[in-house]
Ligand binder design. Structure first.
Ligand SMILES: [Fe+2]
Ligand SMILES: [Fe+2]
Length: 269
């Protein structure tokens, strides 16, 4: 396979029509056989991969170079609208964070890792939203199969998916009664990052009883809890959440004859 075919496979598996703004091929490669995959790839991993003779390095998180993050964060609007939330409310819920992303992107050093990939002549790409979208769909369909259900059952269903049984960090309900029976629990993953307080507030205000985030910052969580402590919030945890989609994708690459080394949960590929 070549890097283009690998990206196309990720798009096909996740349902994206085009490469989203947080994913890219930085240094193309052909005749790929050995792949190193990591959630975060830095210069160290690139150097090690080169020494070990890998043909390609794939990162999940963007290596400070794909700067159209806002385009992906706007997927929160699509999620809300698809569940019947008015578009103007959905747009308002992401407005501040879009500015934050634009401003903070200006500080990014987008030369270091990509510059080293070039100097090392190491094929390199990152696949972010497509892998997260595979995670979202996988968790959502597992959860939907058991709804309506008490929240502890929702959490158990997530913790049965790979790699949760092998992860020291488990999906956890961090707010609300574990016996609360819910009929809806949207999985809000695959939109670059979590929606924080602003997005959670809109969902809960529209009567959604439970939300599933991958992570949330502690200050946002305090605000959410002060207003919506009767609702439920589950965090999958960052690494097990990212690896749900990553493992599914990497197993497909393996089926196509590629040899995969994975920095985390390698035995599960
Ligand atoms: Fe992710
Ligand atoms: Fe992540």
């Amino acid at each position: 396979m070549n890097t283009q075919e690998i990206m196309q496979l990720a798009l096909k598996m996740s349902g994206f029509d085009e490469v989203p703004g947080d994913s890219a091929i930085y240094r193309a490669g052909d005749g790929i056989r050995r792949v190193l995959f990591g959630i975060d790839i830095g210069v160290e991993e690139l150097v090690w991969a080169k020494e070990q003779g890998y043909d390609l390095v794939i990162a999940h998180h963007p290596p400070n170079a794909a700067l159209a993050y806002g385009q992906v964060f706007r997927r929160h609007v699509d999620f809300m609208v698809s569940w019947g939330i008015p578009k103007d409310e959905a747009e308002a819920a992401v407005a501040d964070k879009l500015v934050d992303l634009q401003i903070s992107s200006k500080t990014e050093n987008f030369t270091r890792i990509l510059g080293m990939a070039r100097l090392l002549d190491m094929p390199f790409m990152n696949i972010h939203a497509p892998i997260d979208e595979i995670t979202r769909k996988t968790i959502q369909s597992a959860v939907d199969k058991v709804l309506p259900a008490p929240m502890h059952r929702v959490v158990d269903v997530i913790n049965a998916l790979d790699p949760f049984p092998y992860s020291p960090v488990k999906a956890e309900q961090i707010m609300g009664d574990p016996d609360l029976v819910v009929d809806r629990a949207p999985v809000l993953i695959g939109a670059f990052t979590n929606g924080g307080y602003d997005v959670a507030k809109v969902w809960y205000s529209h009567g959604i009883p439970a939300l599933i985030y991958m992570h949330v910052n502690p200050a946002d969580f305090r605000k959410i809890k002060s207003e919506f402590s009767d609702k439920a919030l589950v965090l999958t945890g960052h690494m097990p959440g990212d690896y749900v989609g990553a493992l599914i994708f990497l197993r497909e690459l393996k089926k196509r004859g590629l040899q995969i080394t994975c920095v985390g949960f390698e035995d599960l590929v």
